[in-house]
Design a protein around this ligand. Structure first.
Ligand code: 6GU
Length: 231
């Protein structure tokens, strides 16, 4: 997979992409991540990327030309999804991450919170994504969130011990409680069933805990999963 990110702040990116699972995926050739500075696609002396809003109002608006030229240059002859990161986008979720992970190429445009010229939405972008109902100053952190969630789904990225199947949200439920050694820490014991070696009992306990936790914390998630007869 190839993911290209268009941003006004390229210096924000190397950090999160140089550690852990994303780094391993890049080093292993499973994904290529490329950062492009939108300012490099301007032609004036001051490398202008934004301008005042027609009709007035506070805040600068990203001009269409540099973003169109950046996308057209990066895209080449390929067809690929062009995604604008914006608080007005569709809500990001595990199922959106799964959908994006099936693409060969993605272009992510980091908007800024004051806005982008509407013609970018209408004539350049194929999708708009938001990572939640709060305001970030730009789409950069949102793009990192999307990349992290998508890359870990690519075949071969996670080792078997990091399997996806048991993650929160993968089956529509929050994850069950987890414990490691010691069996007693400061007087607090690990639930007996987990030490029992009875795998059927353990699986039943975990499912019950996952369902209870989801009911308590995120009841709205339960409307979307079918729980089977024993819940
Ligand atoms: Cl994608 N961008 C910005 N600027 N703010 C956000 C967001 C995106 N998602 C949630 N808040």
């Amino acid at each position: 997979m190839r993911i290209d990110i268009l941003t006004l702040f390229p210096e924000m990116f190397p950090g999160p992409f140089s550690a852990s699972i994303i780094k391993r995926a890049v080093d292993g050739g499973l994904v290529s991540l490329n950062i492009y500075n939108i300012r490099d696609y301007t032609h004036d002396k001051h490398h202008t990327v934004d301008d005042y809003a027609y009709g007035g109002g506070a805040g600068m608006i990203l001009k269409p030309k540099p973003i169109f030229e950046a996308v057209e240059s990066v895209k080449g002859e390929d067809t690929c999804s062009v995604i604008l990161l914006t608080p007005q986008g569709r809500p990001f979720s595990q199922s959106v991450a799964q959908e994006l992970s099936r693409h060969d190429r993605l272009i992510l445009i980091c908007g800024r919170y004051e806005g982008v010229d509407e013609r970018i939405r209408e004539h350049l972008v194929s999708d708009e994504i938001s990572i939640g109902d709060y305001v970030l100053s730009g789409g950069e952190l949102a793009a990192m969130v999307v990349v992290e969630a998508v890359v870990r789904l690519l075949p071969g990225v996670l080792g078997s011990e990091e399997s996806l199947a048991e993650d929160s949200h993968t089956d529509g439920l929050l994850e069950y409680p987890q414990y490691t050694r010691p069996a007693v820490f400061r007087g607090w014991s690990v639930p007996e069933v987990l030490l029992s070696g009875n795998h059927a009992q353990i699986a039943k306990w975990r499912r019950e805990k996952a369902i209870r936790r989801t009911k308590e914390r995120r009841p709205e998630l339960l409307d979307r999963v079918s729980l089977g007869k024993d819940s």
